[in-house]
Design a protein around this ligand. Structure first.
Ligand SMILES: [Zn+2]
Length: 537
């Protein structure tokens, strides 16, 4: 392997070598061939995907006196004219590269404006490449705008930025804009394989895939990673060496943990996790891998495997595992993992372990079509129940389990808020109705008004503020007649048949922790629906 930095050595020098940006390359080549180039270009996109490289190739293409143009050559047989070679060597004086992150003052731009007025020295056009163009300050942007509004002849400006949104529209609208994409895993993998072969680096297929998957679509990052690992491992890169370096688990290991979670086998899942941690994997990376795989399962269940940036082998495995589980269960597991905070190198990895145990209890909820999986079931009360049954008491930790919600768009959230308001209103109406009803105790309405109702499908789930309140309600409603009155009040106001369900858990959130609340008389009053206005000790 040579001493030169790989990404510089393998930087594309003609259009056909630019990887993953075909949509940009085709348009630019056509413009050059038809002599219909613009005086200003804007190249936007993530870092390391070829914006500056493409700008340099374009600068060459605009200046090349040869026919055919040097930049239209195939990679295998490249020769360059004197002008193009000077750009390759970085000695061409008509190509001016400016890093706007460091030369962004108004004076710098004035300087550019003045120099732009002079004719090119050796080429056909002067090309200015302004890197990190979003770094230009306000006055510099204004000065620059003038340059774009009245471009001197024989000047081409190429702005490159990772944050096009930070540029004023007045600048954007005066440029021909090209959006560069993240480079996909397959293209990166192929390119890295080619470089490794040329540089006599031996690299396992698994390692190639891992590099491609862990560089966020940036070819430069992939090339740097290849160089770093090759140097560390004397040009012999195994999958294992990469897994270790990145603090990852292998795909095989992470998908196995996920499969055990979906099988609800928490014991096996924890053992597998422990093995990976002992081998030096970082719990936060494992969490990300589990989430990535869960996303893979969700995509494959939706017939969208082609959108996944995964290898063929991984996609096959995801489809195979995905076929065994329903979408709601996978969604539920993913939601739990997503909300779990796992710090880097946490040891022991308690956060991740707890999340795995919780995710193992995700169950599919029947008659539920909104994609929500629940981690526990509620006892139900039905009109025909002879006995009111409640499930066995659970401890607070079990009851505190969170019902994972699938991610919803903001529009849906707004609708939900409205629905919640509407629901709260209806519930108030139910309570005041019950206060007036004959045959039920006058305080039943008050008691119910302190419960939080949650309507789901054909059920209204009531969560009480204390166990006493909850028990009082269950006692009352064990009387069939009273139950019917309550049930019909609910059905009337909500205008549909809703099954009343009492949640196992209680909502212990209490604004005032005064010991007065704990006295039997106050507890009793609250249980009958009383509200505390103020406390005096
Ligand atoms: Zn040339």
């Amino acid at each position: 392997m040579s001493d030169k930095v790989l990404y510089q050595k393998w930087r594309p020098s003609v259009f056909s070598e630019i990887i993953g940006q075909n949509h940009v390359v085709v348009t630019l080549k056509n413009a050059v061939e038809l002599s219909k180039t613009s005086h200003a270009y804007l190249f936007c996109g993530p870092r390391g995907v070829g914006k500056t490289t493409t700008a340099r190739v374009m600068a060459k293409a605009l200046n090349c006196p040869s026919s055919p143009n040097c930049c239209m050559q195939e990679p295998s047989k490249k020769t360059f004219c004197e002008t193009c070679e000077s750009i390759n060597q970085g000695t061409m004086i008509d190509l001016i590269e400016i890093d706007a992150a460091s030369n962004r003052s108004i004076d710098d731009i004035r300087d550019i404006k003045e120099k732009a007025l002079y004719a090119p020295n050796m080429g056909k056009v002067k090309v200015y490449i302004i890197d990190e163009a979003h770094g230009l300050t306000g006055p510099a942007q204004q000065a620059f705008l003038k340059l774009l509004e009245e471009p001197p002849p024989n000047v081409v400006i190429i702005l490159a930025t990772t944050a096009a949104d930070s540029l004023p529209l007045t600048i954007i609208s005066r440029c021909q804009r090209f959006d560069f994409k993240r480079i996909n895993v397959k293209e990166i993998s192929t390119h890295i394989k080619f470089i490794a072969k040329s540089e006599e680096i031996s690299i396992e297929k698994e390692a190639l895939d891992l590099i491609a998957q862990n560089c966020s679509g940036s070819l430069r990052d992939a090339e740097n990673l290849l160089q770093q690992i090759a140097t560390m491992n004397k040009n012999k890169i195994t999958g294992h060496s990469l897994v270790k370096f990145l603090g990852l688990t292998t795909f095989a290991a992470s998908i196995e943990i996920l499969a055990k979670i979906l099988e609800k086998d928490s014991t096996k899942a924890l053992i597998l996790l422990n093995e990976q941690i002992v081998n030096g994997a970082d719990p936060s990376m494992i969490k990300n891998q589990l989430l990535t795989n869960a996303r893979g399962l969700i995509f494959s269940k939706n017939g969208l495997s082609s959108l996944l940036q995964e290898t063929e082998h991984a996609i096959k495995k995801l489809e195979e595992i995905g076929s065994n589980y329903d979408l709601k269960t996978i969604n539920g597991v993913a939601s739990i993992l997503l909300k779990t905070k796992v710090t880097s190198n946490e040891y022991p990895p308690i956060g991740l372990e707890l999340a795995i145990v919780e995710a193992c209890s995700v169950e599919e909820k029947s008659n539920d079509d909104d994609g929500v999986a629940v981690t526990k079931s509620y006892p139900t009360l039905q009109k025909n129940d002879k006995e009111i049954s409640t499930s066995t008491p659970r401890n607070a930790i079990q009851d505190a389990k969170v019902i994972p919600e699938p991610k919803k768009s903001s529009a849906t959230s707004i609708t939900n808020v409205n629905r919640q308001d509407e629901g709260a209103d209806l519930w108030k109406q139910v309570c005041s109705e019950l206060r007036r009803k004959k045959g039920v105790k006058y305080w039943l309405g008050g008691l119910l008004s302190s419960a939080s109702p949650q309507v789901k499908e054909q059920q209204v789930i009531l969560t009480f503020k204390s166990n006493t309140m909850r028990q009082n309600f269950l006692d009352e409603i064990s009387n069939g007649k009273i139950r019917e009155v309550v049930q019909s009040a609910v059905s009337d106001k909500y205008n549909k048949d809703l099954k009343i369900i009492v949640a196992d858990s209680v909502n212990t959130e209490q604004k005032d922790s005064s010991p007065l609340y704990k006295t039997p008389i106050v507890q009793h009053a609250i249980s009958m629906g009383a509200k505390v206005k103020e406390t005096k000790e």
